[in-house]
Design a protein around this ligand. Structure first.
Ligand SMILES: C[S@@+](CC[C@H](N)C(=O)[O-])C[C@H]1O[C@@H](n2cnc3c(N)ncnc32)[C@H](O)[C@@H]1O
Length: 264
């Protein structure tokens, strides 16, 4: 593991240690409630699949998938997120979920192990996502599928830069959220053939979003300022800043890519 990668991994672990106790409430909360069922619909599952959920976090997607597949293995690099995943799954009586600690740059599974390999809202935390996607492809069975689920940025590079800058201010472990075209190109470069691409939106509350990361007050002021500027007709944040009932809100765009493996 290179020194740069170790440093980034430590930043991810520190961020998600902070987020671990609040993460479920945020990602499973009001704004995102429709996202889980929508993802399941896009996957066209037949009930027999063995699934690997890469960067599973607290296991929310693993639990959403559980009734529709044979077994889900979740893997994550942050022990505190995994502790939540194991506790919630046990308390809720799930019997077809297991959770492993590990790094997605080097998955501890043999080639051709799973029918479906999926990763949700984690690509934008990877330093060089081609590495992780290459690993996801490696552990997927030759006739299986790899699914990439992530938030996306604008097709306009300047607006996407602003969006990514604001995301990084809130969470320094954020690397890059791609536009749909670039996400599809990334999949292709990683040996995947995109079969379907679906898009959706979720409205989020700005202050609740920053509560999850325990964002410092000075950073909150900067992000609030960017939102107010956009609402007043200034530079777009790329997050469609607006007010609802007096509160600052924004839109996260989501994409699900379902891919087959390209021939080697
Ligand atoms: C935003 S959370 C998403 C959690 C989950 N996929 C979900 O959708 O609820 C991102 C997760 O990615 C994990 N992560 C980031 N980089 C990772 C890596 N290289 N290997 C494994 N997990 C990683 C973090 O620890 C964190 O739990």
């Amino acid at each position: 593991m290179s020194t740069d990668h170790s440093r980034h991994t430590e930043m991810v672990r520190e961020q998600f240690r902070i987020q671990s106790s609040r993460f479920e409430q945020s990602i499973g909360g009001q704004g995102n409630r429709a996202i889980g069922p929508w993802i399941i619909d896009t996957l066209g599952l037949n009930g027999s699949e063995t699934v690997l959920d890469v960067a599973t976090g607290t296991g929310l997607l693993a639990r959403d998938l559980s009734p529709y597949v044979s077994h889900v293995t979740g893997i994550d690099v942050t022990p505190e997120m995994l502790a939540q995943a194991r506790q919630i799954a046990a308390d809720s009586g799930f019997t077809n979920l297991t959770f492993d600690e590990g790094d997605a740059t080097s998955l501890p599974y043999p080639d051709d192990s799973f029918d479906l390999v999926i990763s949700r809202i984690a690509i934008h935390h990877f330093e060089d996502p081609e590495v992780e996607l290459g690993e996801m492809r490696r552990v997927c069975k030759p006739n299986g599928r790899v699914s990439i689920v992530d938030i996306t940025a604008s097709d306009d590079p300047a607006i996407a830069d602003t969006h990514n800058r604001l995301e990084r201010l809130r969470d320094p472990s954020h690397t890059t959220a791609f536009c749909l075209t670039d996400l599809s190109a990334l999949a292709q470069r990683s040996g995947l053939r995109v079969v379907t691409a679906s898009e959706n939106k979720a409205v989020r509350d700005l202050d609740e979003w920053m509560d999850v990361t325990a964002t410092d007050d000075d950073v909150r002021v900067t992000i609030h300022h960017a939102f107010e500027e956009e609402i007043a007709g200034g530079e777009p944040t790329g997050m469609l800043a607006h007010r609802e009932d007096g509160r600052l809100k924004f839109v996260h765009h989501w994409a699900v890519l379902v891919c087959e493996l390209s021939p080697n």
